[in-house]
Design a protein around this ligand. Structure first.
Ligand code: UD1
Length: 388
């Protein structure tokens, strides 16, 4: 049986992937610090080791004991807004801890990695033809200035190039004694594409992975997710955040009376109904995408990057309507100004994953709303306990 170590496997997408892995006969060890993950989300057939990727020695000893053939890494923070307020925290978890993971893998000779990335690496479309996003956009577009929006760096409000330079200096000072991690001028220009620190950390991880491939042969597949929503059809696992920020979950929470009303961030975009348009994808589809990527990596021993999306688009109003149909309720909302940092449209071109990995999403928006609703109803009965 193939051994796979899954970091962040007690989280939302991680727990769906762990379930799919054990279903496919893999021996799974989850490594999770349970900061945002939950013990109860981990499939009972998988093992769980509570550890933080910041603890390099513990991480190494886990690798030495378990000897995995491959790693799937989900352990990261993901809130775009928070990343602008606490960029150093995002640097530590999403970049420094990730480099610890790569070092531990390299030191024990585990050279296969699947890594979750995000559509946030694409930033804002520069022209109409950028949508749907294709993977090579980040290889072609070279902006002159950083697209970073306003944020907070050590108590100071900054944006754009100034913010970007602070982040870059931080990386350079921490890895000054690691010449193999030095960023080239082309890599630095590329890092100017994302609008958020979250997006920059994900793109930086992708760049760092390429470096590990070059200097020690660590092969990796990057999976760029679009907007994840929905839950496992069993109703047993789903998103379990104490303070959700994503649209579908908030729409459901509004119907359940957990939030007084939903804010719609802008109805004046040049989209079909004026609201923001996204490519929503079900976590069970992401889970099968990870298995296909893992099989591809084991077979071909070749690094690559894939979008994981449906290639279809839904507006905010369409998501609300899907939630109302699934629940039988009515979402109370008010129209608010546009949210800073939101692109009008983000849609994937999923054809590369279809062609190369033989993967295609099978759940639609209705399925996402129905399964998310079922999970929220079940979850309010289960009451997930913090087990740390
Ligand atoms: C989400 C992910 C982000 C990922 C991106 C990929 C999280 C917390 N965010 O961001 O990590 O990179 O998908 O595309 O998982 N909206 C409202 N009212 C609300 C909330 C949202 O109108 O209360 C609108 C937004 O303006 C947007 C759409 O709904 O048009 C989706 O927003 P959201 O669910 O927050 O996801 P993203 O910001 O796209």
């Amino acid at each position: 049986m193939k051994k796979v170590l899954v970091t962040g496997g007690a989280g939302y997408v991680g727990s769906h992937t762990v379930k799919e892995l054990v279903k496919n006969g893999y021996d799974v060890l989850v490594v999770d610090n349970l900061e945002t993950g939950h013990r109860k989300l981990v499939d009972h057939r998988a093992k769980l080791e509570v550890a933080d990727l910041a603890d390099k020695e513990k991480l190494k000893s886990i690798f030495e004991k378990y000897i995995p053939e491959a790693v799937i890494d989900f352990a990261a923070y993901l809130a775009v807004g928070e990343s602008m307020e606490e960029p150093e925290k995002y640097f530590q978890n999403n970049v420094a801890n990730f480099i610890n993971l790569l070092d531990a893998m390299n030191e024990v000779g585990c050279k296969l990695l699947i890594k979750s990335s995000s559509a946030a690496v694409y930033g804002n479309p520069t022209k109409e033809s950028d949508i749907p996003w294709q993977e090579d956009f980040t290889e072609c577009y070279r902006p002159e200035k950083s697209a970073l929006l306003s944020g907070n760096w050590q108590g100071k409000k900054i944006a754009g190039e100034e913010f970007f330079q602070c982040f870059l200096d931080h990386y350079n000072s921490i890895y000054a004694d690691r010449p193999e991690l030095k960023l080239s001028s082309d890599e630095i220009i590329k890092l100017r594409i994302p609008m958020s620190i979250y997006g920059v950390t994900k793109l930086l991880d992708e760049i760092v992975m390429k470096k590990y491939d070059e200097f020690c042969g660590l092969k990796s597949i990057v999976l760029r997710y679009f907007n994840v929503c929905g839950a496992d059809p069993s109703g047993g696992i789903g998103e379990a955040k104490p303070k959700p920020t994503t649209l579908m979950t908030l729409a459901i929470w509004q119907i359940l009376g957990r939030v007084p009303e939903l804010s719609i961030f802008g109805d004046d975009y040049s989209t079909s109904d004026g609201s923001g348009v996204r490519d929503y994808i079900h976590p069970s589809d992401l889970a099968t995408g990870h298995i296909k990527a893992l099989k591809f990596l084991v077979k071909n021993n070749k690094s690559d990057i894939f979008n994981l999306g449906t290639g279809t688009s839904s507006s905010v109003f369409e998501v609300i309507s899907a939630v109302e149909k699934a629940s039988g309720g009515k979402v109370k909302y008010t129209i608010k100004p546009r949210r800073s940092g939101d692109p009008a449209i983000s849609i994937s071109d999923p054809r590369k994953a279809e062609k190369v990995l033989n993967w295609k999403a099978k759940y639609n928006l209705r399925d996402m709303a129905e399964t998310a609703w079922k999970w929220e109803i079940n979850n309010s009965k289960i009451k997930i306990q913090k087990s740390k």
